[in-house]
Structure formats: C-alpha cells, structure tokens
Design a protein around this ligand. Structure first.
Ligand code: SAM
Ligand code: SF4
Length: 317
C-alpha cells in the first residue's frame, strides 16, 4: 500500500515476544522486562490474522524478531504459517543465535529464507559485558548451526559502539572472508533506556570506512544499507545509518509489536492496536497506520532520544 508520502510499504517486522535470553546494554534493562499478562499479547491466531491482513495490503516481506524470537515456544509454527500466507514472498528472522543449534534446521524446514544474527564483538570478555549474560561460544555455535542448516548469506548485525567495538571493525568485517556471510554495521540508536552510553558511544557509519580503506563500494540491493566488499570477501559489508543520515524518505517498513501495536515508524510514539480485532478490523487499522506513517523519525542523538516510548526489545529493531 502507498502511504500519504507515496512510499510503497511492503515490509512488516513482527516482534513475537518482548522476552530475551540476553540483556544487551543498548537494548533492554538489566533486570529484563515486566512480563506482560498473557491476555495483553497477540495469540498465534491473531498474529497470523494480522499477517494475512497486512499481505492483503501489499506486504510481501516479513521479518520475525523480538525480544529474542527463538525463546518463543511456538516460533517454528509461527514461521511456517507466516510463510504459507498468500502474498508473503519472504520470511526472514533476526536472532542473537544462542538457540540456533536446536532451531536452525526446523526453521529452515518451516520456510524461513534468511537469518540475521546479532554479534557486536569477537572478544569473549566484551561479548559477556555487552550482553550481560551471554557467551561468545554460544553465539558462534549458532552461526555455525545456521550455515550447516543451509541458510545462505546469513547476515551478521553489529551495532557500532564508540569506545567498545570501533577497534574491532576490521576483524568483524573480515568475517566475510572466513564465512559466507554479509556483515552489517548499524549505528546505535538512542532509545529511552539504552544504558549509560554517552555521546562518544554514538559514532557515525563513516568510522567503518575510515578503518577499511580497501573496501570497494558495490551496487545497492534495494535495502537501507550502503554496500561495500573487501578484496577476497565472500559477502558484502553494509553500513546502516539511522542516526547520522536517516533513510525515512524511502522507508518501506512498518512494525507489529508482540502486544499487537502497529508502529508505522520505529521512533514515533504512534501506535495502532490490532489486539482483539477480526480480519476486517485489522485491515482497517493497518490502512490507517500505513497512510499516517510519519515523514521522518526526528533528530536522534545522545541528547535527543527516540520518541518510541519503548526499548528496542519491545519493538524488534
Ligand atoms: N534478539 C534478536 C537480536 O538481537 O538479533 C532480535 C531482536 S533485536 C531488538 C533486533 C536488532 O536490534 C539487533 O540486531 C540488535 O542489535 C538491534 N538493536 C537493539 N537495540 C539497538 C539500538 N539501541 N541501536 C541499534 N540497534 C539496536
Ligand atoms: Fe535481546 Fe536482541 Fe535486545 Fe540483545 S538486542 S537484548 S539479544 S532483544
């Protein structure tokens, strides 16, 4: 569906849980989230109904996210049913990878076409620090499991954090030489509760280019990343700049939270509830949300935090 600014909205990011088995410092508080009452969250039936309603309006691509989507017991069933919805051409999933050793194969069989895996550092101590409770070994086992299950071009998402991983840009980028993966560096976005990061932590995507003088720019693939390749690299290196150079004018996505709120813009407080609605009701609300998608997400910086009203684990990234 075309919004009032003539953007063609074709991509829905669906968060299926706010819960997570990690506690990344830029994403959620240390003590986790207050578990919402079961009745507040979308049921599997409502979720699939919402996806059917969105597909009827032209949504073709889904990304299943969270919180951590793999902690949701029915994640495989959700993915299978989502992939079967008429009009949906691609079901992708974003995960921290910890549970991929058990779930990569079932997800592949369920019709998930691509996996993005978050990995901000290759240093075990730093991984334990940034995730508060994770181990690098678990994440790396998840990456191997995704590749063994036959997922092609797994994407590694690394959040760029000044003073934390700007000294690891080269080794992270060189994962594209070691594995058949793409690596995406994403500017850290200042959510209202994204830890104690000060302005020095919010570094622009150009920092990556400074560290990779041999990277050669390649043609864009229709996504939001500027793409590059290292000599000998199997996959691409992407730079995503929601903070320093926003891409709102060509944004083609909307989001659905686990508690049933359509968010037409990641950083806006605007929310449209689908909870409890029948199919026609969901179509009407989705139309309203898409039509009224904000023009842009407003200034973001350490001082000007996101107006989303939620942390990232409650939206899905
Ligand atoms: N748990 C899964 C994961 O970590 O991949 C999926 C949900 S997570 C909220 C989705 C993506 O959002 C991850 O790649 C994560 O690194 C990213 N993210 C979380 N908080 C962020 C922030 N403040 N700025 C930029 N990216 C963020
Ligand atoms: Fe969990 Fe993903 Fe947020 Fe990390 S980024 S706390 S893995 S939801």
């Amino acid at each position: 569906m075309i919004d009032r600014l003539e953007r063609n909205i074709r991509y829905l990011r669906v968060s299926i849980t706010e819960l997570c088995n990690l506690r990344c410092r830029y994403c959620m508080p240390e003590d986790g989230v207050c578990k919402k009452r079961h009745e507040e969250m979308l049921t599997e039936e409502e979720l699939i109904r919402a996806i059917r309603a969105a597909a009827s309006l032209g949504i073709e691509k889904l990304r299943i996210t969270g919180g951590e989507p793999l902690v949701k017991k029915n994640v495989v069933s959700i993915c299978r049913r989502a992939a079967e919805v008429e009009g949906i051409r691609e079901v992708c999933l974003t995960t921290n990878g910890v549970l991929l050793p058990q779930l990569a194969k079932p997800l592949k069989e369920a019709g998930v076409s691509r996996i993005n895996m978050s990995l901000d550092t290759l240093n075990p101590e730093k991984y334990a620090y940034i995730t508060r409770i994770g181990t690098l070994d678990q994440a790396m086992a998840g990456l191997e499991a995704a590749l063994d299950a036959g997922f092609e071009k797994v994407k590694i998402n690394a959040v760029l954090i000044g003073g934390f991983n700007d000294d690891e840009i080269v080794p992270l980028a060189e994962l594209t030489k070691k594995y058949p993966v793409d690596v995406r560096f994403i500017e850290m976005m200042p959510m209202y509760d994204s830890g104690d990061f000060d302005s020095k932590a919010f570094i622009p995507y150009t920092t990556v280019l400074d560290k990779l003088p041999e990277a050669v720019e390649t043609a864009p693939d229709g996504g939001v990343a500027r793409l590059y390749r290292l000599p000998g690299g199997q996959g691409s290196i992407g730079l995503i700049s929601p903070v320093s150079a926003h891409f709102c004018g060509t944004c083609n996505r909307i989001r659905l939270t686990a508690d049933g709120k359509v968010k037409p813009c990641l950083h806006s407080g605007d929310e449209y509830s689908l909870k409890g609605l029948d199919y026609d009701g969901m179509v009407a609300v989705l139309k309203d949300a898409i039509w009224n998608k904000p023009a842009w997400h407003g200034e973001l910086s350490a001082e000007n935090r996101s107006q989303a009203g939620r942390n990232m684990n409650q939206i899905g990234g």
